[in-house]
Design a protein around this ligand. Structure first.
Ligand code: DAH
Length: 338
């Protein structure tokens, strides 16, 4: 029995596939297996009572050991774990390197913005991609016949819903839910029916910001925008406001950033020393009213930052189509964390 036991353990250590373990089982516990045969062929009548008891006990123990070890080896082989054999772990071997992966540049810029705005007390919210016409347009002072709708070529769904064309769609949802005062940003994916080229995509990202409180003026808007851009570009920046028309703000602006390459002295990148960066304005009273805000006491500002554009500027990406290309080599150029 001792020999069989040792042989069994050696055989099991060498069996590293389910098939090999099964062969071990047949060799020992099968109908003609070594343990089975031993039990069958022993002539108990020739043994004394004491010997009989000992032999029986040992045989049972051997059978139990074999059954347990074989079952464990079979389970390990099935789960793909090699049955451990050979010497113990060799700590002198070099380790295998595990890649941390990397984050998509949009994710990186979004995380950075979220951090900056959270530092200024803004909530980070998100709205649905499939939106109603009301939240995407009507609630933003853009009724069905408004010419500004033409600027946002829209993917309409058969249900009458649409794919949100801008993150502004979440403005009135936010006002309805939180009322005033409120400070929030909503980064999100937007969709437009565009012919694709290096600077146009059907799917892109924006980050909307909304602040509503008592006595909010353009001065507050400029202060927040300057703080934001200073943090993003790690330096003091100069900005200017030009009039811009958007139905959901009054007055509305295009906020330009003084070119960081030439310092405003005019260069091929900027042309006139300024880069158009953030459309913004004071929230139109109709939008505030749609959100149930009392316009006699509260006002606010909003802005719509092009997250994709910002990522292109920050990382020098020249073709917008890279972002959704799914080409892993594109992402691998970026870090795993901000
Ligand atoms: N939603 C506008 C667009 O995608 C951008 C925009 C303009 C957002 C002015 C704003 C704003 O919040 O105040 O074209």
């Amino acid at each position: 029995m001792q020999d069989i036991r040792e042989q069994l353990l050696t055989d099991l250590a060498a069996a590293d596939t389910a098939q090999a373990v099964e062969e071990v089982r047949i060799k020992y516990l099968g109908r003609k297996g070594l343990i089975t045969t031993l039990a069958k062929t022993t002539d108990f009548s020739k043994l004394g009572p004491e010997e009989k008891r000992n032999f029986g006990r040992q045989l049972n123990e051997l059978k139990q050991l074999a059954t347990e070890r074989i079952a464990a080896a079979a389970a390990a082989a099935r789960s793909g774990q090699a049955v451990h054999k050979g010497p113990a772990l060799d700590l002198t071997l070099p380790g295998s390197e595990h890649s941390l992966g990397s984050l998509h540049p949009i994710t990186l810029v979004q995380m950075e913005l979220e951090d900056i705005f959270q530092g200024m007390g803004f909530m980070v919210l998100s709205g649905p991609d499939v939106e109603t016409e009301y939240y995407n347009f009507d609630s933003l002072n853009m009724p069905g016949d408004h010419p500004a709708r033409d600027m946002q070529d829209t993917f309409w769904l058969n249900s009458g819903m649409l794919l949100k064309t801008h993150t502004s769609a979440n403005q009135v949802r936010t006002l309805e839910k939180y009322g005033a005062p409120v400070r929030a940003i909503f980064p999100g994916r937007c969709f437009r029916y565009e012919a694709m080229d290096p600077s146009h995509e059907t799917t892109f990202y924006q980050c909307e910001g909304l602040l509503v409180d008592r006595n909010i003026s353009v001065a507050n808007l400029i202060a927040v925008m300057k703080a934001l851009l200073g943090e993003i570009f790690h330096r003091d920046v100069a900005v200017r406001l030009r009039p811009g028309y958007f139905p959901f703000v009054e007055p509305g602006f295009e906020l330009d950033l003084q070119c960081l390459l030439c310092g405003g002295k005019k260069c091929p990148t900027c042309g006139d020393g300024w880069l158009e960066l953030i459309p913004c304005g004071l929230v139109h009273p109709r939008v505030l009213e749609a959100g149930g805000v009392d316009t006699s006491t509260c006002s606010g500002f909003a802005f719509g930052l092009g997250l994709t554009r910002l990522a292109m500027m920050k990382y020098g990406i020249q073709d917008i189509r890279r972002f959704n290309s799914g080409d892993i080599r594109f992402c691998q150029q970026f870090p795993a964390a901000v």
